[in-house]
Write a protein that binds this ligand. Structure first.
Ligand SMILES: [Zn+2]
Length: 141
């Protein structure tokens, strides 16, 4: 209906939409409660107590300029459901929603990496590269 699916750039966005719809992504509540990688579920951008997919994409003032660009194309976005419905209105809306989500999540992930790499970071926040290997090595005589 929108022509070749590859021109709709659907593929690179599937994981992003999965993160948004399940909330299992770079959101404070998930990182804190489920992944155990953040000392609190707080939003690093605005300080609200619970950072969720809804908070990031619909509420957080830090992403206001990006959200304004999106709303110019699809109209007011008041819920994750309205965002998904907007995506399905056509190719232009799809691209507006996906580029909004992609730019916000890319910036959140970049900021998360900076926090992980900070030498003074809370230990639970650090990247766990090779942890199992190191623990195993410690068991060797
Ligand atoms: Zn926020």
């Amino acid at each position: 209906m929108w022509g070749d699916y590859r021109q709709c750039h659907i593929y690179p966005h599937i994981t992003i939409f999965a993160e948004i719809l399940t909330g299992h992504g770079c959101f404070g509540k998930y990182l804190h409660q489920i992944a155990g990688r953040e000392p609190s579920p707080q939003c690093h951008e605005c300080g609200v107590l619970q950072d969720t997919a809804f908070h990031t994409l619909v509420e957080c003032a830090a992403w206001g300029p990006q959200r304004a660009l999106l709303e110019n194309v699809v109209g007011p976005v008041s819920s994750l459901r309205s965002m998904v419905e907007a995506m399905l209105q056509g190719q232009q809306s799809w691209l507006a929603v996906s580029s909004f989500c992609e730019s916000v999540l890319a910036q959140k992930e970049a900021a998360e990496r900076v926090r992980e790499e900070d030498a003074n970071a809370d230990p639970i926040r650090r990247r766990r590269t090779g942890g199992r290997r190191r623990r195993y090595a410690n068991l060797l005589p």
